[in-house]
Design a protein around this ligand. Structure first.
Ligand code: NI
Length: 227
């Protein structure tokens, strides 16, 4: 499933993040790339342990914890501390699949990357090119969202960032280990949750059929979750 999650950050939070990133110590983007993807990666990135990355990463994580669409779609178990990148004219990131396992920078274990996320921090009219292109079983998707909005997609997908030809593409990116590893199962639970919520708007939360369907949802989650 490829899903757009609108308005993860408010315009004020985006403006604040952009201001902090102006003075941040940008480094070569290959610092977090695997051996193969380092060959395809041409961008800049914030070191994971710099104060700007830590502060803005916490801001993003807090926003995600309150975002019901994100929580329903990702069923997050662990979120990798958000990273920040910047592509300027001529920079891109060629076709790659994200590493399956990411060690947490604080040494507290690892995150299995079930989902990848890109949270856009520049408006689409600030730069040309820079689309996130994701190949999945349903074809090729090109994504370029308003600042503050995010795209979620299976980390197993082949994807790339198209060359930026004008301006700068600034974004936040990270990975999620989900309670439900399998994308098809997670997608089914998400569709079911959305339908139950919509039905409940007209039938009411205490309608016996809504209660029964909610039970089915939780029993499927109980069957599939790997906490
Ligand atoms: Ni990637």
């Amino acid at each position: 499933m490829l899903l757009q999650v609108p308005d993860v950050l408010t315009p004020e939070q985006v403006a604040y993040a952009r201001q902090v990133l102006e003075t941040a110590p940008w480094a070569d983007g290959r610092i977090t790339a695997g051996h193969q993807s380092a060959l395809a990666k041409r961008n800049r990135q914030l070191p994971q342990d710099c104060v700007q990355a830590l502060e803005l990463g916490a801001l993003v994580t807090k926003a995600l914890e309150r975002n019901l669409l994100f929580l329903s779609a990702a069923l997050p178990q662990r979120i990798y501390p958000p990273l920040f990148n910047r592509y300027e004219s001529g920079q891109d990131f060629g076709d790659h699949v994200d590493n399956a396992i990411r060690r947490l920078p604080d040494g507290s274990g690892a995150v299995r990357t079930d989902l990848s996320a890109t949270l856009f921090l520049a408006e689409p009219d600030e730069y040309d090119g820079g689309e996130l292109t994701v190949d999945d079983t349903y074809g090729v998707h090109q994504v370029k969202l308003p600042a503050g909005s995010m795209v979620l997609y299976p980390a197993s997908s082949l994807h790339r960032v198209e060359p930026v030809t004008r301006g700068a593409r600034v974004a936040c990116f990270f990975w999620i280990q989900s309670l439900v590893r399998d994308d098809a199962r997670r997608t089914l639970l998400f569709d079911m949750d959305l339908s139950i919520q919509r039905l409940a708007e007209t039938a009411g939360q205490t309608d016996p059929q809504i209660v029964a369907l909610t039970g089915c949802y939780h029993n499927l989650l109980r069957m599939w979750a790997e906490p």
